[in-house]
Design a protein around this ligand. Structure first.
Ligand code: PMP
Length: 381
């Protein structure tokens, strides 16, 4: 049916974005079977046809602070948040970015005074997403610098705290932890969608980052968006993107708009299983299988999550993160190497500011890889 088709095209992208263990592109090869769904069945609903003469200009909407934001993409974002109830868009400026990665750069630039005597400190609680430190210091700009674990930050100085909720790598729900009065907060809400976590209330922070990479799995489209309360911050973020890439691909924005509208449509429709229902079922099944495999070995443990009722779906469940944060109970010191010896590629805890007793493994691989992962894990002696 058309419904199934719509769900399928979206899900096929969700299952295919992740390479081996990983969300960043240093993974291994993937093959194309497993959970991949026949794209011939997808219908036309998310097909975008463009001609060479379309979207030629740098500009999209000169009346908008973010002048390269395609109006169709802005309305798709607004509708999706409204439908899911995971964030307030009212009274907020939308800034589009080449992935939320570019918006992270834009946000730390916008929150750091350009002529400060010292670089702005940027912190996040351990374990933190392994790209923040690299992204912050990559250019050694003098505008900002990575200052590590937010729990340890005790300087009486201005700082930016990045709050990732649900968190990558461990899936926890987070709030700011620095006890200071000179801080600005960036909320990275990449995983605040109902296939990963019960939605509690619509988020209404000053700066919130989202991305198609995690919402629908479309990482390759390179589209993220920020919801920004303060006009001046939105302007500075826009300026950063102007200097960096003179805007964001319009073709990608148009395609993202089409995909997000289809997701909202699957919810509004009301009769069939929605995209989020389908994705939730898949995550729940995988987490069940992973927990069984882990219990089988007794070598590792996984985080336990409190159960809550989701305001979107009405289901009561605990987090179903996109990553498994495995802790070793035994004597192994370097767990990443240990697992590699067992033909499982993960990312070691130290990359997230934690110890080598931890590793992060993807829950988003293709079905065949996921099968192999849980099988190999359960066989480790
Ligand atoms: N934030 C978090 C917490 C992530 O896990 C990721 C993807 N790994 C990103 C941001 C970046 O996503 P993208 O640039 O693909 O939008």
């Amino acid at each position: 049916t058309a419904q199934v088709s719509r769900k399928q095209v979206l899900l096929s992208s969700t299952t295919s974005f992740s390479r081996d263990d990983d969300d960043e592109p240093d993974g291994g090869d993937v093959d194309d079977d497993g959970a991949v769904i026949n794209l011939d069945q997808t219908g036309e609903e998310t097909t975008v046809v463009t001609s060479s003469w379309q979207f030629m200009s740098y500009f999209s909407d000169l009346n908008n602070i973010c002048w390269f934001l395609e109006p169709a993409f802005a309305s798709a974002v607004t509708r999706l948040h409204e439908v899911v109830g995971n964030a307030i868009t009212e009274g907020r400026h939308i800034v589009v970015g080449t992935g939320s990665s570019q918006l992270y750069h834009a946000a730390i630039y916008a929150l750091s005074p350009p002529d400060g005597l010292e670089p702005m400190n940027v912190v996040s609680a351990v374990p933190f997403y392994s790209s923040y430190d690299v992204m912050t210091d990559y250019l050694k700009s003098g505008v900002h610098k990575w200052a590590g674990d937010a729990y340890k930050f005790d300087k009486q100085k201005p700082y930016i705290e990045v709050v990732t909720s649900p968190n990558n790598p461990d899936g926890s729900i987070r709030e700011a932890v620095v006890n200071g009065d000179q801080g600005s907060l960036i909320y990275d809400l990449a995983y605040y969608w109902p296939q990963y976590t019960p939605i509690s209330t619509p988020a209404e922070y000053d700066i919130m980052l989202f991305t198609t990479s995690k919402c629908t799995g479309h990482a390759g489209i390179r589209i993220g968006w920020a919801l920004v309360k303060d006009r001046e911050i939105a302007k500075k973020m826009t300026k950063y993107i102007e200097i960096n890439t003179i805007g964001v691909s319009k073709d990608s924005q148009i395609r993202a708009a089409k995909i997000l509208e289809a997701v909202s449509g699957s919810v509004d429709d009301g009769n069939n299983e929605t995209f989020f229902d389908y994705s939730y079922e898949l995550m729940a099944k995988r987490w069940k299988e992973l927990r069984e495999a882990v219990n089988h070995t007794e070598l590792f443990s996984l985080p336990e999550f409190p159960v809550k009722t989701c305001s979107f779906s009405g289901r009561t469940f605990g987090q179903l993160p996109a990553f498994a944060w495995l802790k070793f109970n035994g004597k192994v010191d370097d767990c990443e190497s240990f697992l590699r010896d067992h033909k499982i590629i993960t990312r070691g805890g130290e990359r997230f500011g934690a110890s080598k007793k931890y590793v992060r493994a993807s829950m988003m691989s293709r079905e065949k890889e996921f099968r192999l992962f849980t099988k190999r894990l359960s066989e480790i002696k």
